[in-house]
Design a protein around this ligand. Structure first.
Ligand code: SF4
Length: 101
């Protein structure tokens, strides 16, 4: 893999920030930024599917220092990261709306 192929966050459309973020009891996220889904407390998303904590002007987390535990465990360039990025690339290439997880 060459340097320009390394899957850095700076070369991604923050695809992981469209995934469902299930909150843990220890997470300290303001209530107005959360919702329930399937009986679980999760990060709320905007009408386009992005996590409401995403600073879309800069494509970065506005709660990075206190981001939820599941976000902390998400490994850049890990198997799940690569899988969702590949799915996103394929769907955008085909013009298929991105599925919300
Ligand atoms: S809390 Fe931050 S890192 Fe986690 S999904 Fe939302 S924007 Fe992304």
């Amino acid at each position: 893999m060459t340097d320009d192929q390394v899957p850095l966050c700076g070369r991604c459309d923050a695809v992981c920030c469209r995934l469902t973020v299930v909150l843990q009891p220890e997470d300290r996220i303001p209530q107005h930024m959360t919702t329930t889904q399937g009986g679980l407390q999760v990060m709320a998303r905007d009408e386009e599917g992005w996590c409401v904590a995403l600073d879309s002007a800069h494509m970065r987390c506005s709660y990075y220092e206190t981001r939820p535990e599941v976000c902390r465990r998400f490994a850049m360039a890990g198997p799940y990261c690569l899988e969702v990025r590949a799915d996103y690339s394929e769907r955008t290439r085909q013009g298929i709306p991105l599925r919300l997880y």
